[in-house]
Design a protein around this ligand. Structure first.
Ligand code: ADP
Ligand code: MG
Length: 468
């Protein structure tokens, strides 16, 4: 059964990903509809669960039918040689002590009680291997004076990863100027030219979270090992590491290992290395080894070409004077620029209005005013708890009272939907829960909103409140 699953998976994901994440798995036993597989570590299990859930589900359901179940058995030996059972609660209805930990995951469940639903609703990054977004390509990254250096350094790195003096390549600049896009573009291009290379894109926040988890779970070495086998490591928003000495430490080691082995490191940051605070000196000096390239605010011409390219790709026609108007008035942030044009299109098609300068003026004004407020997890908790007339402490409390549990699950659901935070990070911010609890919350909200009218209304009401 497992071999058939593997065949199917192999055909559907990148070879490197297959090699990294599926070859080390051992099928252990098959009873009724439950297949047990052994994975090398908890970290490994979480990675599978976060990135390959869908394909696992599909392949297993094909083999075993709708009732298929997957049981993970996590090898307990850590690299220090002591066999230590996990003490944390990990989602399991079938816990075995000592050497291995089984995680029982139903593939097909309608039961909201199950702590670890296999089908994750509304999660964006299910089947991404390198975590790269193919839309963030070089082709779509319009060139201008503001980004010429960074862009061409990126191209150079992409054609010879690890083989230029731009190692690391650090891209820095303000919010919404294209750091993430360019970082992806380099990765996408490398994957294109060197499909056999392992490329990984990860935000510094997620990296930190993974590291913290690995320490908690005693598999710090697995974590380090995993990062050391990567050929091209892209870490976004490294300023996030400031003050996080443990993560900086581990990153320092990983960085050295990669660098010594001719592997490419690409970093982005909202500040130049000289302006970074609370980052260890030795790490800062590494950052400066390669090239730091700045993304500046694009000039008017570049803004126009970015807009035109976007409209062209979306197949939308728009009069030049409108494009000029938007480009003239939104200057400091490409994300806002795109946002304004998108809402302009949306407004006009929604109200069947023609796109006029007047409409553009209204939207641009509104847009510039509104972009200041980002939806944060704190804000979501506040909106949800206000909605249910409770305070945030109550929302976060350990109580099992149904309406409080539901409010908490809604907060988790919206945090997943409206922020980029990882499951683990959402969990830790909303009442110190683990990532499995957040997963379960998302699933429950999805289920309830399709079966329970009242609940559906909650979701709609809160969505409205969060999107104004
Ligand atoms: P940052 O990471 O610096 O905050 P992003 O990379 O998320 O910014 O960019 C914000 C948006 O602007 C993205 O949708 C990106 O595609 C777009 N963008 C930024 N710079 C360019 C560019 N030069 N050409 C085309 N799109 C761009
Ligand atoms: Mg970014």
């Amino acid at each position: 059964v497992w071999n058939n699953c593997l065949e199917f998976i192999k055909d559907n994901i990148q070879p490197q990903a297959y090699k990294t994440w599926f070859e080390p798995i051992q099928a252990v036993k098959l009873t009724d509809n439950a297949l047990s597989i052994q994975v090398p570590s908890k970290f490994f299990y979480e990675w599978l669960e976060e990135h390959y859930v869908k394909i696992l589900k599909v392949s297993l359901t094909k083999e075993l039918g709708e009732k298929a179940k997957l049981v993970y058995i996590i090898k307990m030996e850590n690299t220090y040689g002591n066999k230590q059972p996990f003490t944390e609660k990990i989602p399991s209805s079938n816990r075995t002590a000592m050497k291995s930990q089984e995680v029982d995951v139903p593939l097909n469940n309608k039961n909201p009680e199950l702590r670890n639903p296999f089908v994750i609703p509304g999660i964006r990054n299910v089947k991404i291997e390198s975590q790269l977004n193919p839309n963030y390509s070089f082709e779509n990254f319009l060139e201008g004076d503001s980004n010429r250096l960074a862009r061409s350094a990126g191209l150079a790195v992409a054609s010879k990863p690890g083989g230029t003096s731009f190692n690391p390549l650090l891209i820095f600049g303000g919010v919404g100027l294209g750091k993430t896009h360019l970082a992806h573009a380099i990765g996408v291009d490398i994957k294109d030219k060197y499909p056999e290379k392992t490329v990984l894109y990860i935000s510094a926040e997620k990296f930190t979270q993974q590291y913290i988890d690995s320490v908690k779970k005693n598999n710090r070495n697995d974590f380090i090992h995993f990062y050391q086998i990567i050929d091209v490591l892209i870490i976004d928003d490294v300023q996030f590491l400031s003050g996080k000495t443990g993560t900086q430490d581990v990153f320092f080691h990983i960085f050295n290992h990669l660098h010594q082995n001719g592997k490419q490191v690409i970093l982005t940051s909202d500040k130049a290395p000289v302006d970074m605070q609370d980052i260890e000196q030795r790490l800062l000096s590494r950052f400066k080894w390669g090239l730091s390239a700045e993304l500046q605010t694009p000039d008017f011409e570049t803004r126009v070409s970015i807009l035109k390219n976007k409209l062209y790709r979306d197949g939308v026609d728009m009069p030049d004077d409108i494009i000029d108007y938007v480009a003239k008035n939104i200057k400091s942030n490409v994300r806002e620029l795109e946002g304004a044009i998108i809402s302009l299109i949306a407004q006009s098609s929604f109200n069947k209005k023609e796109i006029t300068i007047d409409l553009a003026r209204i939207i641009v004004e509104k847009f510039v005013k509104n972009t200041k407020r980002e939806v944060s997890i704190d804000y979501i908790q506040k909106v949800v708890s206000d909605y249910f007339q409770m305070d945030i402490d109550t929302l976060q409390s350990k109580t099992r009272k149904r309406h409080i549990v539901q409010a908490r699950q809604l907060a988790m659901f919206f945090a997943k939907k409206f922020t980029k935070a990882s499951l683990a990070s959402i969990g830790s911010q909303i009442g110190k829960r683990d990532h499995a609890t957040v997963l379960h919350a998302c699933k429950t909200v999805d289920n309830l909103s399709s079966t329970d009218k009242q609940f559906k209304k909650y979701v709609e009401d809160i969505t409205k409140k969060l999107s104004v």
